[in-house]
Design a protein around this ligand. Structure first.
Ligand code: 5GP
Length: 263
């Protein structure tokens, strides 16, 4: 597989072309961003951990019949993935109230929701990914009713599978964001909806069951420190890293060049 030119660079990942038209390479960077890029830092080792954790999670979901873009992990920072036309929508699932939900609606922090709440945001950095309704999605043609019906079902199933996976290792899945795209299936010769992007502590909120310690990107957003030890803890509990491995020992705790842009 030959790596070609850069096709797209996002905040945490880069996509490269390959010599196969339906496959691309997803590269995980060490860049951490929050508050729509107002806060930025390089966190050495984050990309390596997210690559491994996301590979593990997507592989597990695939074993339960969820179609994903992942073909295989290529190396420490890269995955071979199916090229997909990404819906411009972030699909957010919440099990426990926190983050923007508590701010927006005044729901108490930590309230356990009666049933998982599915929200949609328009993927548009300039607009700070605003919350939208299904009617916006249909009116602007961002996805069809049939596509959203299918995605909603897959998303709630993913929530069940992930909640169980994390609960088994002493972690509460508080909320998460996922993305989907349409990818070509060469066997059926049709496009199909696949889970895309990544699922990692960058895109989920993960709390320790007993202590409620945050094991996710909120450590960066809220300046709690120890981001790499927290991500390493998630990887160890999932059995991806050996108990003995100590990623912090290879100088990955450093939060360098934290810049805050003034508004
Ligand atoms: P909130 O809306 O409370 O900020 O986020 C809800 C969930 O979606 C959290 O798990 C958060 O990490 C995830 N999320 C929402 N928007 C983004 C985004 O633009 N990037 C990433 N990495 N995660 C997001």
């Amino acid at each position: 597989m030959n790596k070609g030119k850069k096709l797209y660079e996002g905040k945490a990942k880069i996509i490269y072309s390959t010599n196969e038209k339906d496959l691309v390479i997803q590269h995980f960077k060490d860049d951490a961003t929050a508050f729509n890029n107002l806060k930025k830092a390089k966190v050495e080792g984050k990309g390596v951990l997210n690559n491994r954790i996301s590979e593990y999670i997507l592989t597990n979901l695939a074993q339960f019949g969820i179609k994903t873009h992942l073909v295989k992990r290529l190396n420490m920072r890269e995955q071979l993935i199916r090229k997909a036309e990404i819906f411009p929508i972030e699909f957010i699932v919440r099990n426990i109230a926190t983050g923007s939900l508590t701010k927006r609606l005044g729901i108490s922090e930590g309230a356990v929701l009666e049933k998982p709440l599915l929200e949609y945001c328009y993927k548009k950095d300039e607009l700070e990914d605003p919350l939208i309704s299904k009617e916006h999605i249909y009116s602007f043609g961002w996805a069809t009713e049939k596509e959203i019906e299918e995605i909603d079902k897959i998303t709630l199933r993913i929530n069940d599978l992930l909640s169980g996976m994390f609960r088994g290792v002493g972690i509460k899945l508080v909320d998460f964001k996922i993305e989907y795209g349409n990818a070509w299936n060469k066997d059926t010769e049709k496009k199909e909806i696949v889970l895309a992007d990544e699922i990692s502590p960058d895109t989920c909120r993960l709390w320790d069951v007993k202590t409620e310690k945050k094991l996710d990107k909120d450590r960066f957003r809220k300046d709690l420190g120890d981001l790499i030890p927290a991500y390493t803890e998630v990887a160890k509990r999932l059995g991806i890293l050996h108990e003995q491995s100590n990623v912090t020992a290879v100088n990955v705790t450093k939060l360098s060049s934290v810049k805050k842009k003034s508004k």
